[in-house]
Design a protein around this ligand. Sequence first.
Ligand SMILES: O=C(O)CCC(=O)C(=O)O
Ligand SMILES: [Fe+2]
Length: 247
Amino acid sequence: MTIHSISTKRATRSAEARVAAQDWGALVGDLNSYGCAVMPALLSPEECAEIAALYPHEEHFRSHVVMARHGFGKGEYRYFRYPLPDLIGGLRTALYPRLAGVANDWNERMGVAQRYPADHATFLQLCHENFQTRPTPLLLQYGPGDFNCLHQDLYGDLAFPLQVAILLSQPGEDFTGGEFVLTEQRPRMQSRAEVVPLRRGDAVIFAVHNRPVQGTKDHYRVNLRHGVSRLRSGKRHTVGIIFHDAK
Ligand SMILES: O=C(O)CCC(=O)C(=O)O
Ligand SMILES: [Fe+2]
């Protein structure tokens, strides 16, 4: 078998097919109940290793952020350049239509006027008209003692309300600690924390900033932040897929 036919065969498990194979009823249920949901085994261990191995190769990236320099935490990340690696670009395109339905439903329940088009290309056009033209998908790298402070990935006025992070390293083998965490600030109430258990290749879908919660009378709006707890040992890589582009 030639190298070409191997990669063609691998490409047949397309982003579209692996997104379609997820249990969307359960995912949407979890997003509505908790503001996050896990897609198990979205990437194979080999694919995780291949993406993590891109990190030192600067030609794939438009910028490099050392988190400690900005007070964002400790660790580093790089934003991909366009064109994105096939698998990451493919997942961004394939995931978007599933999530746009949730996003539009959330906005309706929160009384927010913005509606999102059904396909990602049309949404990116809106971003570009709004002068948000720079790609936001990123590759993150953490070592011992590193962490990612609670934050929201907003890069301009136009923001798609859901995003995805894929864990590329194996907890307990490649690293310890380094849990993905979410906090949810409820109006006039104490905050709720959620730790999302992930294995290598799993992806978490989560709310970028706001989501509706069903109250006793109507819906109220909660404010979410996400981050990563301190790595106790080892090395951890993740890829983040944000659907809006940046100013
Ligand atoms: O490393 C992580 O799990 C979180 C990365 C992150 O903040 C993101 O993808 O937006
Ligand atoms: Fe983030």
